[in-house]
Structures are given as structure tokens and as C-alpha cells.
Design a protein around this ligand. Structure first.
Ligand code: MG
Ligand code: ZN
Length: 394
């Protein structure tokens, strides 16, 4: 009897220990089989393959030593794993394969080891490190002139294209000066203080449905902008000033969105190219980041491939033009994405994500065109705009 009770207590103790261990270290208790079931059941982690596209190869011959036009393309949250995932999904070929000059950028902000898109965008637009959340201002919240504003001062045409709201952190960092990235209506109002030639993205409500009752779309029209909301209409514009506001806030996820990033890029370039002095344009693949935040491989791959096709549009233009420098980089990586499986033939990609936030890992820098050789090795994110400013003679 005595032994029976002792054994009962012993077995209870063991059960409690197992329960505590299961809570603290589930991977020790649940079998490998269970683990496998869990990972394959979550279909968002696996991109099974999909339609692929032809990638053209462009000659590395350029008319000039220095660029007349610069296209800065930012894949928000685009780390090396996102590029690798896209590469696998498209059978080993991306438009990015045309970029022979490659480097890495450190992304730390002035306030944090892990940057957000506002500080990351401001680093890329001004060449200065600032605090997370800052839009075109320094650590004392003083406005810093952006490369887009410098281009405008020098008489170049300027443009912004994004799949998010055009007032969201990344594009905002190039044109607005606000202490906080969430001040969307103030950011929209900052657009009015510039003479930007073309912008295409979401964010209509920040221009048209405002707390201060200002109708910025009306003000834009008075300033001579064609204010359009429909992608087909936007794609028809060949000249003049263009405000393309394709969504109330953010554009839909690819392929649901009607806003077309490769076509928007092409439309903007053709309008900006009419300026004899050249142009500066920033194009953002905004939602690669959101795929990373969602830990969703399918979302990441679809957005990565859409961004790569926009890079294809830029390459088509640049190779014809011969005086255009294209820089492709990211503000930071998102999700700590790791490729845990894949197939180059079927395009299947499987990934794991240790975080739902950003990571501190370096991001790739790809350069094509006159001056591209300046963008190799390890650099700071702030070096990228500094190098561009130098090449453009700012
Ligand atoms: Mg962004
Ligand atoms: Zn993010």
C-alpha cells in the first residue's frame, strides 16, 4: 500500500515534469513526425511554383561614364532570402541577374540596431542616419534635404512609384519631412511643397478625405497635375505632370491589385525622360515587407517577382538609353526568412521565419549602368545616396 502511494506520487511528479517540459520545450516532447505535420499543414510557408517569365539579358555597354538619370529601386524588406526565393520560383533566372556590380549595405538606424522603414528610407533618401519613425528629418527632427529635392533643385525631373500608399514611410522619406511616419495627411500636404513630376501609388484618402478639409487633389489639378485613379488611364499618360492615386490607402496584394508596378515604372520613366537634364526616380516594391511580416512565403514570392518585373521595365529603358543608372536595394530584411527547401525546376520554395518583425541582417545592393562600379563591397545604407549624389554632381 505504502509503495503503491509512493509510486502514484512518483508517476504524478513525472507527469507534471512532462507537462512543464512540453510547455517550455515543445520540440523535445513532440515527435519529429508531429513537427513535420505542423510545418506542411501551414500552406503559407510553401510556394508550390507558378507561372514563370522570360528574363532578357541586357548588354553591359553604356554611353557615358556618369549617369544622367538614376532609378533607385527599393524592395521593402528584401533580404538575400527574398531574392533567392524569387530566383528559385522563376527557375533560376531573375531580371536582377543582369546586375554585375553587387554589394551589401548595413541597415542600422541612429536609434536602433534593427531599423524601421522610415529611418531606412530616410538613410537612403538623405545619406543620414536617423531614429526609427523619422520621415526626412534628422535626430533633432530638423528637415534634411532629400536626393529627390536636390534633383528638383538641379532641374531634373522627379518621380515616386510604390505599391503601398504613396504617403507610406518609404516613398514619404523622399519627399516629406515629418517627425512621425504615421502623420499621413501631413506627409500628403508635403507633396504640395514640391514640384515632383510623377507619382503613382495608393493613398488617395490622405489627399482627398482629410481632417482639415483641404482637397489636395483639387490643389494638384490647379498646379497642372493630371489626377487619375485608374491604372489604364494612368498608363495612357505620355507627358505633363501626373498624380496617380490608385487606391484609397494601399494597393491590393499581387496579383489582386489593378495597379501594375512594371507598367507604372515604365509610364513614369517615359514621362520623366522628356526632361533634357535627366531624372531621379524611386520605385518601391512595398509589399515584400508585408509578406515577411506575415511569415508568408507565397506573399513574399509573388511580390518579389512583381518587383523583379518592374526591374525588367527599368532595364529595358536603361539599356536603350545608355545614360541611366539603376540601383536596386532594400531598407532592411523582414522575417529573418530562411529557405528550408525548394526546387529550381518546379519553382517550389519553402521557408521558415524566426520573427514577425524586421531583422538586422545586411541587405543586397545591385547596380547597373554608368557608375555601377561604385556600389560594390560592404557599405552603409547612407553611402548609397551619397554615391548617387556624387555621380549626379549634387
Ligand atoms: Mg515601404
Ligand atoms: Zn516592415
Amino acid at each position: 500500500m505504502h509503495t503503491f502511494i509512493q509510486n502514484q506520487i512518483k508517476s504524478m511528479k513525472v507527469k507534471i515534469l512532462i507537462a512543464i517540459s512540453a510547455l517550455l520545450f515543445p520540440q523535445l516532447i513532440f515527435s519529429q513526425e508531429n513537427y513535420k505535420t505542423v510545418s506542411t499543414v501551414d500552406s503559407t510557408k510553401v510556394y508550390l511554383g507558378g507561372p514563370s517569365y522570360e528574363v532578357k539579358t541586357y548588354p553591359q555597354k553604356f554611353k557615358a561614364k556618369k549617369p544622367k538619370n538614376v532609378i533607385l529601386m527599393i524592395g521593402d524588406g528584401m533580404g538575400v532570402s527574398m531574392v533567392s526565393a524569387g530566383l528559385t520560383a522563376n527557375g533560376g533566372q531573375l531580371f536582377l541577374n543582369n546586375f554585375k556590380q553587387v554589394g551589401f549595405a548595413k541597415t542600422q538606424s541612429a536609434s536602433d540596431y534593427i531599423t524601421d522603414s522610415a529611418a531606412g528610407g530616410t538613410a537612403l533618401s538623405t545619406g543620414q542616419k536617423t531614429y526609427n519613425g523619422a520621415i526626412g528629418v534628422n535626430t533633432d527632427t530638423i528637415a534634411i534635404k532629400t536626393i529627390l529635392e536636390m534633383a528638383e533643385d538641379k532641374g531634373l525631373a522627379t518621380g515616386l512609384v510604390s505599391t503601398s500608399a504613396i504617403t507610406h514611410a518609404t516613398p514619404a522619406s523622399f519627399i516629406a519631412h515629418q517627425g512621425s511616419r504615421g502623420s499621413y495627411e501631413d506627409i500628403a500636404a508635403d507633396f504640395m511643397k514640391t514640384d515632383i513630376d510623377v507619382f503613382i501609388g495608393g493613398g488617395y484618402k490622405h489627399f482627398a478625405q482629410r481632417k482639415d478639409n483641404r482637397d489636395l487633389t483639387g490643389e494638384l489639378k490647379q498646379k497642372g497635375y493630371q489626377v487619375l485613379r485608374d491604372m489604364d488611364e494612368i498608363a495612357k499618360v505620355k507627358s505633363g505632370k501626373l498624380a496617380g492615386l490608385t487606391a484609397d490607402e494601399h494597393n491590393e496584394v499581387y496579383p489582386k491589385r489593378k495597379m501594375n508596378l512594371p507598367l507604372s515604372t515604365k509610364t513614369a520613366m517615359n514621362i520623366l525622360d522628356q526632361n533634357q537634364k535627366g531624372f531621379f526616380m524611386m520605385v518601391e516594391g512595398s509589399q515584400i515587407d508585408w509578406g515577411g511580416h506575415a511569415n508568408n512565403t507565397i506573399y513574399v514570392v509573388n511580390e518579389m517577382l512583381d518587383f523583379d518585373r518592374a526591374i525588367g521595365s527599368a532595364l529595358e529603358f536603361a539599356s536603350r538609353d545608355g545614360e541611366t543608372l539603376i540601383i536596386v536595394t532594400a531598407d532592411h530584411e523582414t522575417g529573418g526568412m530562411a529557405l528550408t527547401g525548394g526546387n529550381m525546376k518546379t519553382g517550389m520554395v519553402k521557408a521558415a521565419f524566426p520573427t514577425g518583425g524586421h531583422s538586422a541582417t545586411m541587405v543586397p545592393v545591385f547596380a547597373f549602368g554608368p557608375g555601377a562600379e561604385n556600389f560594390t563591397g560592404i557599405m552603409d545604407n547612407t553611402d548609397i545616396p551619397k554615391k548617387i549624389m556624387k555621380l549626379l554632381g549634387f
